[in-house]
Write a protein that binds this ligand. Structure first.
Ligand code: FNR
Length: 397
């Protein structure tokens, strides 16, 4: 059972031994970049265009200030959150991140194992560099979700196969990413001449290349097995999962017919789209701009969060990501109405630095910092009656 992170990490850090990796989240990025290959560092750190959307994500947290409550008698804060009728120990999950073997040979094994050990859900990406079955093995009894990169309607057989495989390893929630029907304009990758999806000899989109429907079709069309022309297979699978703007809202029917659990749309940034999501009957949304990796010149994801919560918070479960780097960032997103936040780059930096151990360190630091920040703010739990906008002041400086 999870206990207080704060007491363990803080006491240890102050009184007993220095941690092998810094507790300071601003140190993880430079440390990881130093250790990764130039290509991998560029891919993970990279953002769209001028990085305007990414920069705005980070600036946005500073516009909201936490105004603490005094003389609130309470135990250490209760971090449990309810989502889709299920209870979660903590309000964070490891968000979907593809091709993780580019940062560490442990790849998705390392991060999914860490998620299980720290009692947080793990979201498997369609661009994972390991198969469903391999990830299920390393995450064991932990909670898994599946993130779909949605093939066009002509490839509904592949979509159905991916959903069926996700179900077969007991993924509880389906996350359909809507902002990545084509990859963003990312100068770092273009300067490095690097597309991790097309390097199957080293990494590969193994989850896709192991799909039986995809494999059968590839063999029929080309007369060879996937393994006999990995480069072509990777290129084809990439084309299938990044098909351009090939869907409209009506197509969600197919997803609903092929998935009997909660469906969450990831990448919502406008109030109008959030209302459409509610109208088309999904269960939740992730207010996200993909960490600023897709469309440049955008709005900070946090800026849209309260507007979207006001519009549809009573109809949909609202999750949030983009730019979360600390406990106070999480407090702000939860106070603005998110039920859970997804962590992106920070855990990938942890994976790059020290595999499973590094990811566990990142999760524990974020949770410890979250716990102590709430405690110092006089907030006894993250339930909306205790943690809401009354805690925050907006300063437009
Ligand atoms: C991502 N993200 C992502 N999202 C998704 O839906 N499917 C995916 O396969 C990936 N892959 C991916 C790779 C890398 C290297 C990064 C950094 C991100 C986006 C991710 O889920 C999340 O939305 C952002 O990372 C959140 O922003 P921060 O926390 O990185 O600022």
């Amino acid at each position: 059972e999870p206990k207080s992170y704060e007491s363990e990490i803080y006491d240890n850090g102050l009184n007993f031994e220095r941690p092998s990796i810094s507790v300071d989240p601003s140190k993880w990025e430079p440390l990881a970049i130093e250790r990764l290959s130039k290509d991998a560092a560029g891919y993970v750190y990279g953002s769209a265009g001028t990085r305007e959307t990414t920069d705005k994500n980070h600036e946005s947290y500073k516009r909201w200030s936490i105004i603490p409550n005094r003389l609130v008698k309470s135990d250490f804060p209760d971090l449990r959150t309810k989502l889709f009728g299920r209870e979660y120990s903590f309000p964070i999950a490891l968000g979907p991140v593809g091709v993780q073997r580019i940062v560490n040979p442990e790849g998705e094994h390392g991060s999914s194992k860490a998620a299980t050990l720290e009692h947080v859900p793990y979201v498997i990406s369609t661009a994972a560099s390991m198969s469903f079955e391999e990830i299920a093995e390393s995450s064991g009894p932990g909670e898994r979700w599946y993130q779909l990169y949605w093939p066009s309607n002509e490839n509904n057989d592949i979509t159905a196969s991916l959903l069926k495989r996700a179900k077969s390893i007991d993924c509880k929630v389906l996350v359909v990413t809507l902002d990545t029907y084509i990859l963003g304009w990312r100068p770092s990758d273009m300067d490095n001449g690097y597309d991790p999806f097309l390097k199957p000899d080293k990494i590969g989109v193994a989850l896709g290349l192991s799909d039986p429907v995809f494999r059968k079709r590839f063999k029929q069309e080309h007369g060879v097995e996937v393994e006999e022309d990995l480069h072509k297979a990777a290129r084809e699978f990439s084309g299938i999962i990044f098909p351009g703007l090939s869907h409209d809202w009506e197509d969600l029917k197919f997803i609903r017919e092929n998935w009997d659990g909660p469906i969450v749309l990831k990448g919502i940034q406008s109030v109008a789209d959030a209302k459409k999501a509610a109208e088309f009957g999904v269960d939740g949304i992730v207010v996200s701009n993909h960490g600023g990796r897709q469309q440049d010149g955008g709005v900070a994801s946090l800026t849209m969060l309260p507007k979207i919560v006001d519009a549809v918070g009573d109809k949909l479960e609202i999750l949030f990501d983009s730019g979360i780097r600390s406990g106070s960032d999480i407090v702000k997103a939860l106070a603005l109405g998110a039920k859970m936040v997804l962590i992106g780059r920070p855990y990938i930096y942890g994976l790059g630095i020290a595999g499973t151990k590094g990811v566990r360190h990142v999760i524990r630091c974020l949770l410890g910092d979250l716990e102590l920040t709430l405690h110092l703010s006089g907030v006894p739990s993250i339930a909306p009656e205790h943690l809401n906008r009354d805690l925050l002041l907006y300063e437009d400086h």
